[in-house]
Design a binder for this molecule. Structure first.
Ligand SMILES: [Zn+2]
Length: 464
């Protein structure tokens, strides 16, 4: 007969087998781990890394101190004076290729007078950590660092090396990530997977709808279009002035309807959303987006959704115009700035050629201020399977869907060197929470910190 003790052990053993979580998970005091991550989040918020100027070196040094105390190998990699990336690595047995946990330590500016708490206080109120960077993305950085501490402390057997990168300057050009790709590629050579900011566990009307995993993102192409013409006095109009030529070309541009292209991840995402629609028209339309877009009435309805519109075509937005600073002077040059966003499959040069055709004025100058080629990762990988497994265990029936970001992150730079990069932060958030990122009263719930910590721990174990 088994003693009660043995029975208890065998139940624990069975449960562990059933959950496919190896024993170290059982040894973790999750409430303590969550407190550690929350405290680190508060500390990181209190290090003001508003970019510009960034000053991310201070954040890198703080993380380094915590990781070195656990005996984890780290490096502070200078990007420019006062700015640095943090690199850390826990070795696996090398039988599988490394996983990278990527975050950025810089934040966008905050206007304290618009906040209800000081934005760099890291104050906890009503179960939320408030502060600039709480959700974008010091929260995930704190979770990643805490995961490293747990993996090391518990001596979790790993097949893959787990690499932590907390980089500078994601919000204003990506110099931190670029510096690693250009100068320290050896540090991440051979890495197979990368987890970064991006999509979340999306909540609507208090109900968890889906786990979104961003597998592709559009690329920004920023342009300046300049027209030249004769100068003169505003009292004597000139039909061929720079301003007139620019406006005529921009009128042609505004009328341009870029072709519709439905990326596979977007089609799949809407197929899943179809099931959640109460409106029968949308239910049918989402089920086969490509086909629905060929029906004029449906197409009009679908394209009136500005998010959907941006997900299925290359877009351009005229965001600035400049002519003369003096009201009575006809300027010799006039320019417009254009924020174009390209889908995977398009290139900056290819899009500029099409734009030039539409502008239809050979004398206009088109200058590329910034541009990169859009990137995507396969949605059919061991990392996606691991995320699906953990999501299925935590929230059975909630779909995990690959998604596309219409903006861009550092993931694109790592995809470009062959790493499968997913934007995935398992925070349960609705639009109200999401809109605080880059906005006022940015915050992250303590509960979400704990949830993401356990979720990602299980993903690492599954993927191992
Ligand atoms: Zn971010």
């Amino acid at each position: 007969m088994k003693s009660p003790m043995l029975i208890r052990h065998s139940i624990v053993f069975t449960v562990l087998l059933f959950c496919a979580v190896p024993s170290p998970a059982a040894d973790i005091d999750w409430s303590k781990a969550r407190s550690e991550a929350v405290q680190l989040l508060q500390e990181l918020i209190r290090i003001d890394t508003t970019n510009p100027p960034g000053n991310e070196r201070a954040a890198a040094l703080h993380i380094q101190k915590l990781l070195e105390a656990e005996g984890i190998e780290t490096k502070v990699l200078e990007v420019s004076p006062g700015r640095a990336n943090l690199y850390a690595r826990i070795k696996g047995d090398g039988s599988r290729r490394p996983l990278i946990l990527l975050s950025h330590t810089d934040v966008v500016m905050a206007e304290p007078e618009r906040w209800s708490v000081p934005p760099f206080s890291g104050e906890i109120r009503d179960g939320f950590v408030y502060g600039r960077g709480a959700s974008d993305m010091k929260g995930t950085a704190a979770v990643h660092v805490t995961l490293m501490r747990l993996l090391k402390r518990l001596n979790v057997p790993l097949k893959r090396d787990v690499i932590l990168l907390a980089v500078a300057d994601e919000e204003a050009g990506g110099a931190g990530a670029r510096s690693i790709i250009e100068n320290q590629l050896d540090l991440i050579r051979g890495a197979e997977f990368l987890l970064n900011e991006g999509d979340v566990a999306y909540v609507k009307n208090g109900k968890l709808q889906q786990y979104g995993v961003d597998v592709m993102e559009k690329a920004a192409l920023w342009l300046r279009v300049t027209a030249k013409g004769p100068t003169g006095h505003g009292s004597v109009p000139l039909a061929n002035s720079s301003v007139n030529r620019l406006l005529e070309a921009l009128d042609r541009l505004r009328a341009w309807e870029t072709p519709l292209v439905v990326p596979p991840a977007v089609a799949e995402g809407y197929r899943v959303l179809a099931a959640q629609q109460s409106d029968p028209v949308l239910k049918a339309a989402y089920a086969d987006l490509e086909k629905s877009l060929r029906t004029p009435a449906l197409r009009k309805r679908l394209l009136s959704d500005t998010t959907l519109n941006a997900e299925i075509r290359n877009t351009f937005t005229i965001t600035g115009l400049h002519g003369s600073d003096k009201v009575n002077v006809i300027p010799g040059t006039a320019w417009a700035q254009i924020d174009a966003r390209l889908l995977p499959g398009e290139t900056p040069a290819g899009f500029i050629a099409k734009l030039r055709n539409v502008l239809a004025d050979p004398d206009l100058e088109i200058e590329m201020l910034e541009g990169s080629t859009p990137t995507s990762s396969s949605a059919d990988t061991a990392l996606m399977s691991a995320i699906r497994t953990v999501a299925g265990r935590r929230d059975p029936g909630v779909p995990v869907i690959p998604t596309m970001l219409t903006s861009s992150t550092d993931s694109s730079k790592f995809r470009a060197v062959g790493i499968t990069a997913y934007g995935f932060e398992p925070f349960k958030m609705d639009d109200g929470e999401l809109n605080r990122s880059h906005g006022d009263d940015e915050r992250l719930s303590v509960e979400n910190v704990g949830f993401a910590l356990q979720f990602l721990y299980e993903v690492i174990v599954e993927l191992n």
